[in-house]
Design a protein around this ligand. Sequence first.
Ligand code: XMP
Length: 513
Amino acid sequence: MNEQIVILDFGSQYTQVIARRIRECNVYSTILPYNTPAKEIAAMKPSGIILSGGPSSVYTKKAPLPDKAIFNLNLPILGICYGVQILAHFLGGKVEPGQKREYGKGTLTLKDPSCALFRKLPAALQVWNSHGDKLTKLPDGFVPVATTENSQYAAIENHERKMFGLQFHPEVAHTPRGKEILANFVHGICNCGKSWTMRSYVDHAVEVIRAQVGKEKVILGLSGGVDSSVAAALIHKAIGDQLTCIFVNNGVLRAKEADTVREVFGRNFKLKLQYEDASKLFMGRLKKITDPERKRKIIGKTFIEVFQAATKRAGKAKFLAQGTLYPDVIESIPIAGNPAAMIKSHHNVGGLPKNMKFELVEPLKCLFKDEVRQLGLELGLPKEIVYRQPFPGPGLAVRILGEVTPARCTILRNADAIVVEEMKSSGWYYKIWQSFAVLLPVRSVGVMGDERTYEYTIAVRAVESQDGMTADWVKLPYDLLERLASRIINEVKGVNRCVFDITSKPPGTIEWE
Ligand code: XMP
C-alpha cells in the first residue's frame, strides 16, 4: 500500500465515513489519533492529510489539537468542519461561536470556480452542515472559495500551500456530490492514483500472510459469517493446507448452516475443515436454563472448551487467524462530549483465554466491512455468504425465549428457514440489516380445520440499521407479511400464531433474548 491519505480523528461521528469515501476513490486511507506526532505521520509518507470534524470548539481549554508541525510537512491538507477551526487556530484565522447553529441541508455557492477541489462541479451544490462555531477571519494566505446561506467562508483555500477548509461535511450522503470533492482532493490535489482495489489487496495480503506464517500451521474458527469466511478463503489462498478451519456445531445453528459451510469450504474450496459436532454437549448444558445472560455465558464458555480441544486435535499450530476488521482496531482517543467514542459493542467481548498461546494472523485488520465483502467476491465466495445478514454467535438460543430445547430449536429453525426463503425470493433479504424469526415460549388458542389448537407464537423481526447500534423496523409489504404468516402457521408444526415486531432500537434491542 504505497499511497495513502492520513485522516486525523478529532472525534467526529463521521471520521470512519471519510476513510471509507477515500477508499471508494481507490486510495488507501488510515485513521490516526488527532495528536499523532508529525514525525510519525511523515514516516508513513502520506500523500495528504485530512483533519476530521469533531464536537469540540478550538477556543475551549481542552480542545483536541494536532501537533503543529503537521503544517510544515509540505503536504496538502483538507480540514473538514472542526478541521477548519484547526486551520484557523494554527494559521492565523479566527473562530467565534456562531449566532445560529448551522445544521442540516444548505446550498453552497461557488465563488471561485478555479479551485481544484470543485473541479467539474456545478456552481451551486447541496451540502450538509453541522456546526455551531464560525470562521470570522481567514487564516493567512487563504481566500474564500464558496459560501452558504449562513457562512461566507463555507469553503476556503490556500492555493500555494495546497490547504483547504470545508465548513460542511462532504463525506455524508446528504452532500450528494461530496464524494467528487473528496476525489478531487485525493486525485487532483494529492496526485494519488487508483491503486487501492480488492484485487490488488489479494496479492498484497497473500505475500504478507506467507511472510508472517512461513512453514507454520494456522488455525481458524470458521463461523460461516462474512468475516471468518473471507479470512479463511484469503489465508487458504496464501498457504493452502497449512490452514485448518474449525467449525463448531453448537446445536443452535440455522437450518442447513453446517451443510452449507461444509459444501462451500470443504468441497468447493477444498480447504482443510475440521467439523466439530458438539450440539449434544451444548443442548445438555442449556437444559432448564431460562435466563438470557446465563444462556450466553454457557454457550460462550462451552464454545471455548470445544474449540480449545479441537485445536489440540488439529495438530500443533503456531498461529490463530481471526477476521478482525478495521473499525475494531482504530485507536480512538475518548474525546469529552463525543458519544461515538463511548459506544462500544457489548457483544463478542472476551475472546479466547489468555492461556491459548497463539500468534495472531489478522488479514482483514485494515479493511472496512464493505471492502471485506468485495474481497470475498474477488476470492470466489458465493453471494449467499458474502452478503449474509449478521447472525449472533449464540445463534438461535437468543431467539428462543425461555428454555432452549431440541424441539423448540426445530420449530424455530423451520420458521426461520421460511423467513429467509421469502425474504430472499422477494428481494428484501439483501436490502436490509436483518430479518429473522423469534420463538415465544407462550401458547395461545387457535383453530385449524375443526380442531382447537394450543401452540406457540412466532414473532417475525425485520430491521434496517447501519451498524446494529440503532435500528428501525422495516415496513415490509402486507402481501409479504401475509405470505410469511400463512406459511409459518401452515408449515411449521407447533405454531398457530404469527406476529410482526414493530419496535425500533432504542428502546427495543434487535434480538429479543
Ligand atoms: P442487539 O440485540 O443488542 O443486537 O440490538 C445488535 C446486533 O448484534 C447482533 N448480536 C450479536 N452478534 N454475537 C454476535 O456476533 C452475539 O452474541 C450477538 N448478540 C447480538 C444482533 O444480531 C444485532 O445485529
